[in-house]
Design a protein around this ligand. Structure first.
Ligand code: PMP
Length: 389
């Protein structure tokens, strides 16, 4: 019997055998001709996955937080005003990073945990605010709340601010059309819907973001994150002429190229639709099992993960039983409600059978802690969505 557990947390996710094989290949030189080709191709594919044909891609060793650091330190100068559309834990992090580089940060906060600030409120802040930049967390992984990136970006455009999207829990899962929507910089990390083990910070910067960087009056206050260096590297590899600054994460880049190829083979529209359908099926199960979700209304729910509150009388010990039943889930993260809810990631290569296996394990865990429900009701609700034409 297989005793491998299914990893259904909001990153790292499960990876395809082809991606894992690329990780296990003998490491090449970072200037080997076949690696140069792979790095160049991966950069071209990043542009396609972010749907940003005129963007400048960056793939740099580090986690998603480095991608946020790169965005902040290259785009803001001390004293610049920045607006953070705050939907939770990772928006707080962006505010802290921006402040670290001397930005004057204003935050428009969601009225409650699980909510998003109203567009009108963001517009009121933007109007006459003199902001250089605005950040939006596409999916706040702590709450499973999705922001209206399209609507917020349109506002950013209207008021001439650079729009930066933290898409760590979104890119390649949640619908995002960087160029069409007017997003100036979108970022993610390898371990989520991009489908590569942790270790790569991925950024695509549009022309206005690159211009803002080129027009800086002060130097970038971070040695490793500075685009002065990385632009030469990325342009070089894309032109199939390697240059050295910091040694690239060779195996991760090989794996990235494989995964981006698989993503593009599926097609971005098909991929967004699959994420929507699997999310809907999973959320239908959660609902049928009598669990409420952290996002305050259905239109604010992410498609890459789900955050249900534990039902009455159930606490985080249920996660141990669910794990025994074969599926690893994540606990709460948002400090205000940490012990009241749990999180399930369903992004990347996740399939309908993964959804059913997860719902089955949750049902088993809930039954073991004495929660009363009609056995199979979650599975039936998920299956009803999954088999719908
Ligand atoms: N932003 C969001 C929305 C995230 O979900 C995460 C990680 N969970 C990060 C930023 C930070 O990424 P990392 O942990 O890879 O540094």
């Amino acid at each position: 019997m297989k005793d491998r557990k299914l990893l259904m947390i909001p990153g790292p996710i499960e990876f395809t055998p082809e991606v894992l094989r690329a990780m296990g290949m003998p490491t090449t030189s970072h200037v080997a001709p076949n690696f140069i080709e792979v790095f160049g191709q991966a950069l071209e594919r990043l542009r396609q996955v972010f749907l940003c044909p005129s963007g400048q891609p960056f793939a740099i060793a580090g986690s998603g937080t480095l991608a946020m650091d790169i965005a902040a330190v290259n785009l803001v100068e001390p004293g610049d005003k920045a607006l953070v559309v705050n939907t939770g834990y990772f928006s707080d992090r962006f505010a802290a990073i921006l402040e670290c580089y001397g930005a004057a940060v204003t935050q428009v906060r969601a009225p409650a945990v699980g909510d998003v600030p109203a567009l009108e409120e963001v517009e009121a802040a933007l109007k006459g605010g003199g902001y250089k930049l605005m950040t939006v967390t596409h999916v706040d992984t702590s709450t499973a709340v999705a922001a209206d990136v399209k609507g917020l970006t349109a506002l950013g455009r209207k008021y001439g601010v650079l729009v930066v999207v933290d898409g760590v829990c979104a890119v390649a899962g949640e619908e995002m059309r960087q160029e069409e929507w007017g997003i100036d910089l979108a970022l993610t990390a390898s371990q989520k819907a991009i489908g590569v083990p942790p270790g790569l910070a991925l950024v695509v910067a549009g022309p206005r973001a690159i211009d803002a960087f080129r027009n800086r009056k002060t130097p970038v206050a971070n040695y490793y994150a500075d685009w002065t260096q990385w632009l030469l590297i990325m342009e070089g590899y894309e032109a199939r002429q390697p240059r050295y600054f910091g040694t690239p994460a060779v195996n991760l880049i090989w794996a990235l190229n494989v995964s981006l190829g698989q993503i593009l083979d599926e097609g971005m529209d098909a991929r967004f639709a699959r994420h929507r359908r699997l999310s809907e099926a999973f959320k239908a199960a959660v609902n049928a099992l009598g669990m409420k979700q952290v996002p305050v209304s259905p239109d604010k729910r992410a498609t890459t993960l789900t955050a249900p509150y534990y039902p009455d009388g159930v606490d985080r010990t249920v996660l141990g039983h669910i794990k025994e039943a074969g599926v690893i889930l994540a606990g709460g993260l948002h400090p205000a409600i940490k012990d009241q809810y749990f999180r399930i990631g369903h992004m990347g290569v996740v399939s309908a059978s993964d959804i059913l296996a997860t719902v089955g394990a949750i049902e088993k865990g809930l039954a073991q802690v004495g929660y009363k429900f009609e056995a199979g009701v979650g599975l039936a609700a998920a299956q009803a969505v999954l088999t719908r034409q």
